[in-house]
Design a protein around this ligand. Structure first.
Ligand SMILES: Cc1cc2nc3c(=O)[nH]c(=O)nc-3n(C[C@H](O)[C@H](O)[C@H](O)COP(=O)(O)OP(=O)(O)OC[C@H]3O[C@@H](n4cnc5c(N)ncnc54)[C@H](O)[C@@H]3O)c2cc1C
Length: 362
């Protein structure tokens, strides 16, 4: 009877490359729907651009300088389904161009228009409709919206998903760097240096570059250009901060990409007298040996911080610009054996999956 069941209902095996939060959510969703899932992650830690790290006495520091873009449905999903308590970012996040500070929401009008045009080109009516409603509701009249963030920092989200993945016995974790993907009508093979993994279906993140061979046709997945950002962490006295801010995004600044002190609740609770700033620095703009000095000068010039830091340390994480047309080609050519999820932005990425993930509970 058992054999008969296995033979007639083989458990479909999905492989997922990468472990950013959206990919972890997809893994949990598939496992909840009776699929066998293997997450393939080359890095020893899970989380992708949202992973956490420890430095000396400071634990669970969030890698990036994150913001959760405003999306009411995604916020609700994060609160109700993932069980993360949100709080309003206070002060509001700002974007800064030529010393002009604007509410974060207002920069997006041209971006949303461009995105809408892209959806028209792609004939993705669901996205077009939802984007249109979002635009009319929130952007057209430059209405200010509030931004929320995890009350305990975004590491709350990453750590919760990682713990769920590790405790779910239908999700396997394979720490392996995939060098090539070969797909035919029967299966998909993911090939690393010393090991390969076979699966029935593969799901890719949208930030992905690799050689893919589909029914003997060779394709090269390539995202747009690299936008390399160093993340500089500064431990300092709270009293040396010159202004009150949570999250600042710099547009066309020669050095800064983002500056934030929003996301380190664990740190704030542990060291109430100190502040931990994260500064995203455009790698192209600086020589490594000068970074500390330049960052401190720029923080002072921008009236953010003027002091002698207790400590400065660095993490690198490459960010990419996305171009999904090749992913769509791969999806089509593989007959759906290889598909992808839009991972380019956390809130919008979650929003795009809500029609499937609606019943997902973490
Ligand atoms: C530093 C930084 C800050 C960001 N901040 C925000 C933000 O504030 N808000 C927001 O919405 N978005 C932000 N983003 C955008 C971010 O890219 C997405 O939110 C999301 O993390 C992208 O997911 P991803 O899976 O495409 O890529 P990543 O998060 O980069 O994850 C990809 C994972 O795949 C693994 N991997 C890659 N290639 C292979 C391979 N060949 N074999 C095995 N494993 C592989 C990597 O090790 C990595 O863990 C940020 C991105 C970066 C880099």
């Amino acid at each position: 009877m058992g054999c008969f069941f296995i033979f007639t209902n083989p458990m479909e095996h999905f492989a997922i490359i990468g472990s950013s939060p959206i990919m972890m959510l997809e893994a949990i969703y598939l496992a909840n729907h009776g699929k066998r899932v293997t997450i393939i992650e080359k890095s020893p830690e899970l989380g992708g651009a949202w992973k956490t790290f420890s430095h000396k006495q400071y634990n669970n520091i969030e890698l990036g300088c994150h913001i959760w873009e405003y999306n009411k449905s995604s916020y609700k999903f994060i609160e109700d389904n993932i069980g993360i308590e949100l709080k309003k970012l206070n002060p509001d996040p700002l974007f800064i161009k030529n010393n002009i500070k604007l509410h974060y929401n207002r920069k997006e009008v041209p971006v949303i228009l461009l995105r809408t045009l892209k959806h028209i080109k792609e004939f993705n009516f669901y996205s077009l409709f939802s984007e249109g409603i979002y635009f009319l509701k929130n952007k057209l009249f430059f209405r200010k919206v509030d931004y929320y963030y995890a009350k305990n920092g975004c590491n709350d989200l990453t750590l919760k998903l990682v713990s769920k993945i590790k405790n779910q016995n239908t999700i396997d974790l394979e720490h392996l760097e995939i060098k090539k993907i070969v797909s035919d009508n029967n299966s998909v093979e993911l090939i690393g240096d010393n090991k390969s993994v076979k699966c029935d279906k593969l799901i890719l993140p949208s930030n992905f570059e690799l050689d893919i061979n589909i029914n003997s046709e060779k394709l090269r997945l390539k995202v747009g250009f690299d936008k390399e950002i160093y993340h500089c962490f500064i431990v300092c006295n709270k009293s040396d901060l010159l202004s009150d801010f949570t999250y600042l995004r710099f547009i066309k600044h020669p050095i800064f990409h983002r500056v934030s002190n929003a996301s380190f609740e664990e740190f704030k609770n542990q060291f109430p007298e100190k502040a931990l700033l994260v500064v995203g620095v455009l790698a192209k703009a600086v020589k490594k040996e000068n970074i500390n000095q330049l960052v401190l000068e720029e923080l002072k010039n921008n009236n953010l911080y003027n002091g002698i830091p207790e400590e400065m340390f660095w993490k690198e994480y490459k960010s990419k610009e996305y171009e999904n047309s090749e992913l769509r080609k791969v999806q089509k050519k593989s007959g759906g054996k290889i598909s992808y999820i839009d991972t380019s932005c956390l809130s919008n990425g979650i929003f795009k999956q809500l029609n499937r993930w609606g019943d997902l509970r973490i």
